[in-house]
Design a protein around this ligand. Structure first.
Ligand SMILES: Cc1cc2nc3c(=O)[nH]c(=O)nc-3n(C[C@H](O)[C@H](O)[C@H](O)COP(=O)(O)O)c2cc1C
Length: 211
């Protein structure tokens, strides 16, 4: 099979799995692979302002379920990944921005110029925690897509879940929401039912070439 077909096969395997087989658990090795793909994902200015909470504890998942529209994926999956969007770390005054940039071994004047650019480009985005969350969460979705595709590549199912009560989920997880807020829930596991039919718009309806 050529590379294009291999990739498309993975895309066709992935679907929003509604119920997982509670008897089948993902191996540590496979879970590590999926999470590592998330870790390697691109982020704006290379800030990596995210965290992936991996929940296998049944009690915690039972507590979360009512705040996730009672969706069965929460308790039937093998591993529930709660994708957190960083808030404080994206503020210049946190010092994290500087330390992330310092990994690049830039000379001091370049580092200062970069931080100035960061602060001025993002002055509106950084003006409130809510705006930071909107920006930060968008980036976690890229990591989330990568993790779902990596899972599908090795025959593991997933479902992106936005149907949850953000504040209540944060309370159950005892999050310090000045540092992290919940962006998305990602259950991983193995399907019970056969895959649902894939509905997609036609290529020509969603793609336009400007030449
Ligand atoms: C951001 C986002 C949030 C979603 N939230 C939920 C959800 O809460 N529960 C659910 O069952 N599916 C959820 N889905 C799955 C979509 O309904 C699903 O991806 C879409 O209908 C296409 O189906 P497919 O992924 O099976 O191809 C979500 C998808 C995305 C991208």
């Amino acid at each position: 099979m050529n590379k294009q077909d291999t990739f498309l096969e993975m895309m066709d395997f992935r679907h929003a799995c509604k119920i997982f087989d509670t008897r089948q658990k993902i191996s540590n090795e496979d879970m590590h692979y999926i999470l590592d793909v998330g870790r390697k994902s691109p982020s704006s200015f290379g800030m990596e302002a995210w965290k992936f909470l991996v929940i296998t504890n049944d009690g915690v998942r039972e507590k979360l379920k009512p705040f996730c529209w009672n969706q069965p994926q929460i308790t039937t999956c093998s591993h529930l990944v709660v994708v957190l969007a960083g808030i404080d770390a994206l503020k210049v005054e946190s010092g994290v921005v500087q330390s992330q940039l310092m990994r690049r071994n830039l000379p001091q004047e370049k580092l200062d110029a970069f931080i100035k650019l960061y602060a001025s480009h993002l002055s509106d985005t950084l003006s409130s925690d809510e705006k930071i969350y909107q920006w930060s969460a968008r980036q976690t979705y890229i990591a989330s897509a990568n993790m779902m595709n990596a899972a599908a590549f090795i025959g593991i199912d997933s479902c992106p879940i936005e149907g949850f009560e953000k504040e209540n989920v944060a309370k159950v997880l005892e999050l310090d929401t000045r540092k992290y807020q919940v962006a998305l829930l990602l259950p991983f596991g193995y399907r019970v039912n056969t895959q649902s039919k894939q509905f997609r718009s036609r290529f020509e309806d969603v793609i336009e070439f400007i030449q």
